[in-house]
Design a protein around this ligand. Structure first.
Ligand code: URA
Ligand code: SF4
Length: 217
């Protein structure tokens, strides 16, 4: 269906009282592809990328890290100050909590999973990346997914979930813990560790979501 028609239909649904429309269309597998043979090959081009305005303010590109054959991928939003300084993904306070979740709840080493973000360069003042920035950067992430071919992808927070699924309407609080199809992988959205730092009572939800991840491995 054309976008305009679909949008019209969604507005009609909304006028009938539907709060949100969980469309959960499976992602087009063709989008998850790459001509690269390795993560290293992708990283070389990302390190020199100037496709969006974030290139101007970044100190370092934060490509992501982990083994090429990882079974799980965690996808965050974008680098913060610590990540921008060091060039490494999830190394600040939120990163330390993510590491604890991986090591103490999933009982696996952080080094055994692949971790990346929706955008590779830090948005100034940690603002949410714009659609323009995400549109420029997301193909790199899809290439990373095409090389790693994870069994499970954990989308951290609403930015991770919305841009991976392209379901922009369902709040993370409604969708977290669901097991969704994502190409050949399962996609499980959960809360972002930064949210957990502000709302520790939500840790039990992430704990429950991680038990589901464990069962899928
Ligand atoms: N938050 C993110 O979403 N990603 C990082 O790499 C660090 C903090
Ligand atoms: Fe390129 Fe992504 Fe950095 Fe923008 S955020 S400059 S698209 S690597």
């Amino acid at each position: 269906m054309e976008k305009a028609k679909l949008l019209k239909l969604m507005y009609q649904y909304r006028s009938l009282g539907f709060e949100y429309f969980k469309e959960l269309k499976p992602i087009d597998k063709k989008l998850i592809s790459t001509s690269a043979n390795s993560l290293h090959e992708i990283e070389l081009k990302v390190q020199n990328c100037h496709l969006c305005p974030l290139a101007k303010s970044r100190k370092n590109v934060v490509f992501g890290e982990g083994p090429q054959n990882a079974k799980i991928m965690f996808i965050g939003e974008g680098p913060g100050a610590n990540e921008d300084e060091s060039g490494r993904v999830f190394v600040g306070r939120a990163g330390q909590l993510l590491t604890k979740i991986i090591e103490n709840v999933l009982n696996i080493k952080r080094e055994s999973v692949y971790i990346a973000n929706i955008v590779k360069c830090r948005p100034p003042n940690n603002r949410v990346p714009t659609l323009e920035e995400v549109t420029a950067c997301k193909p790199y992430l899809l290439e990373q997914i095409a090389i790693v071919k994870p069994k499970v992808i954990v989308a951290l927070g609403s930015t991770g979930y919305h841009h991976l699924s392209e379901d922009y309407n369902t709040p993370i609080s409604k969708i977290r813990g669901e097991i969704l199809e994502y190409g050949d992988a399962k996609l499980i959205p959960t809360y972002h560790p930064s949210f957990l730092l502000r709302n520790p009572s939500a840790k039990k939800d992430v704990f429950a979501d991680m038990l589901k991840v464990k069962n899928l491995l």
